[in-house]
Ligand binder design. Structure first.
Ligand code: 6GU
Length: 258
């Protein structure tokens, strides 16, 4: 069963819709995981406004085992755990590709993948269509990657029980880069790691000017916009140097300290 989130009707296969700017198909063994989070807030609004389309597919529907809908098996050569079989995955990806005229870029979420960073997020947000493959158990049969040659992505150096949470992270991060999704275009531009600012964010304050002896820096109350901009830049640089000095040298496209 196909779940099309954020819409009452389910007409995914039959009607290609051309006004959708960004479509994500998620392939998972646990489609219900996506119901709560991805139907809330910003994403729900983006779906309702027709900017984003999210379709979640249950891999089990493409099982070749009609009786038990089994999709995994023991590894050749022995070892713990179960592997997801190649055949249902390939059948599923081919069927999902055929559901829309725009070909999807296939991504595999795995701790062995490239670590996700903002530049990759921005690059992926330019695609019109992504197909996210969420792994479970001990992983996939190697032939899944050999055949599909997906972009393999990880969200960090720790192990999750499956790719679903990572897929939500990817959807969340990319959707906010789609024009029109955020109310104020500037707000994604200024974020830490975004195109306009590759440094960590400067501290921000709102009223009251003093709380339990903790005060707002004078410069922010001065009304001098040049001085405020200078202070914010200094704060960003200092925080980045202290917490994430690696951002200055490791990542392509990040600024120097000057
Ligand atoms: Cl994408 N999947 C799993 N299972 N664990 C992870 C991950 C992905 N990224 C970091 N840890």
């Amino acid at each position: 069963m196909l779940r099309r989130l954020g819409e009452a009707a389910c007409s995914c296969e039959a009607m290609p819709r051309f006004f959708i700017m960004y479509r994500v198909d998620v392939i998972t063994l646990f489609p219900q995981i996506f119901d709560g989070y991805l139907t809330q807030s910003l994403l729900a609004k983006a779906i309702a406004n027709g900017l984003v389309e999210l379709c979640v597919h249950n891999l089990r529907d493409w099982s070749v085992d009609l009786k038990h809908h089994k999709i995994d098996d023991r590894p050749y050569g022995g070892g713990p755990g179960m592997l997801i079989c190649v055949e249902p995955v390939i059948r599923c990806v081919e069927a999902v590709q055929a559901m829309h005229s725009t070909p999807g870029k296939v991504l595999l979420l795995t701790p062995q993948g490239e670590q996700l960073r903002q530049q990759r997020v921005e690059n992926l947000a330019q695609s019109n269509r992504l197909i996210l493959l969420c792994g479970r158990y001990e992983g996939f049969d190697q032939r899944v990657t050999d055949i599909l040659q997906p972009l393999e992505l990880s969200i960090g150096d720790y192990v999750l029980n499956g790719g679903e949470v990572a897929a939500m992270v990817l959807v969340d991060a990319t959707v906010r880069m789609i024009p029109g999704v955020l109310g104020d275009e500037q707000s994604s531009w200024d974020d830490s790691f975004s195109r306009g600012n590759r440094l960590l964010e400067f501290p921000q304050y709102t009223r009251p000017p003093e709380f339990r002896g903790y005060t707002v820096p004078d410069v922010l109350l001065s009304g001098n916009h040049q001085e405020i901009a200078k202070w914010r830049q200094q704060q960003s640089l200092a925080k980045t140097e202290l917490r994430r000095n690696d951002l200055f040298d490791k990542n392509i496209g990040f600024p120097t300290k000057e």
